[in-house]
Design a protein around this ligand. Structure first.
Ligand SMILES: [Zn+2]
Length: 362
């Protein structure tokens, strides 16, 4: 992916050598003290970022693919406010969103991310180059500025009275977060949302991703900042969701017709080209989207895994309130009680109890 992007950078540079250079990113004001930094496709920024200004400081969302572009972003923030850069939130571990972390850390920011981002940043980011990675690139990836603070599912940040709701959702890598500015109706989605761009699905779990997009639309926000592309509305989030739905359906149909490998790509690509050929990154990602979704549906896809023993690695457990009815024969087994003893469930008749209910237990 990065080599394709690098090729695009070179082609862009050649094509534009005679004209004014395309800026690496542009700032878009989305509300009072809420800014998106929209990276140009093929530019050094490599992705979108953003920042939020509160009464006592600034929080930055993602830090671009290139430290030079991150320094430019810091300089742009400095033109708008002298307040300290207090936080960086990394929406996920991919290099195009974290390679400027050190720039903002040097400016005083504490870097925050979902736990898996810290576990994967210096390892999983090596895969973009494979065996051909240059020593200096490897050294850079292996010294990326890691998050200082990690969380499993959510975190609230305050800039004075301004609240940023950081929430983790599955789908794109398994360690993605959004930043929701309720007071401005803005969601920074990271790469959970791509506006009119074909997504990078190398780590994706597309069925979970489709559900996540329902939740983002359900937030009621009016403005959604994607990881790539211009800021959009809930309609754009729905259009992106439909891409994932269409991709899964087309791949599933072709697999049912016996298509595998290159034949699968050949069978599905024309349909996707007809619908999405005008989207950004079609050349870069459309074929791999088909291959990777094929692996996903076949159950053979490799995805980065949470570290052993972390809450991120534990299966989600639904928590059900259960009322034991009077006169009903309750299942009579021992439960651990709060004081270290055991409690017979039959002794709880008539009382509301909360049980940890594991799928497959009953
Ligand atoms: Zn990205």
């Amino acid at each position: 992916m990065l080599s394709a992007v690098l090729a695009a950078v070179v082609l862009c540079a050649l094509a534009l050598a005679a004209d004014a250079p395309v800026p690496d990113f542009k700032l878009v004001k989305l509300g009072d003290g809420v800014w998106a930094a929209i990276g140009s496709d093929g530019g050094k920024a490599g992705a979108n970022a953003g920042f939020v200004i509160g009464e006592d400081g600034v929080a930055v969302v993602d830090t671009f693919e290139d430290p030079g572009a991150a320094k430019q972003l810091l300089a742009e923030i400095r033109k708008i406010t002298p307040l300290p850069i207090r936080f960086v939130v990394n929406t996920h571990y991919h290099l195009d969103h974290v390679n400027g972390n050190d720039v903002f850390a040097a400016a005083g920011a504490t870097v925050l991310a979902q736990r898996n981002v810290r576990d994967w940043m210096r390892t999983e980011n090596l895969k973009w180059w494979g065996d051909k990675i240059k020593p200096e690139v490897k050294a850079r990836v292996e010294s990326l500025k890691l998050p200082d603070v990690v969380y499993d599912s959510s975190l609230d940040l305050y800039l004075g009275t301004r609240k940023l709701e950081v929430r983790s959702y599955p789908g794109h890598t398994g360690g993605d977060s959004i930043v929701y500015l309720h007071d401005a109706g803005v969601v920074f989605c990271g790469d959970l949302f791509w506006k009119e761009h074909i997504p990078n699905m190398i780590d994706a779990t597309s069925d979970a991703w489709i559900k996540t997009l329902d939740e983002l639309v359900g937030s009621g926000a009016g403005k959604f900042v994607p990881g790539h592309g211009e800021p959009g509305t809930s309609l754009d989030v729905r259009a992106f969701q439909q891409y994932l739905v269409n991709l899964r359906a087309a791949v599933g149909r072709a697999q049912a017709a016996g298509k595998r490998g290159d034949a699968l790509v050949e069978a599905v690509l024309p349909e996707m080209q007809a619908k999405y050929g005008s989207w950004g990154f079609f050349q870069e990602f459309a074929k791999t989207n088909i291959q990777q979704t094929g692996e996903e549906l076949a159950g053979t896809k490799r995805r980065p895994q949470p570290a052993e023993g972390t809450a991120s690695a534990a299966p989600a457990v639904p928590y059900l309130p259960l009322r034991v009815k009077v006169g009903e024969k309750a299942p009579d087994f021992a439960l651990p009680s709060a004081n270290g003893g055991t409690l017979r469930l039959s002794a709880l008749e008539g009382k509301p109890v909360l049980l940890d209910f594991y799928e497959g237990f009953w």
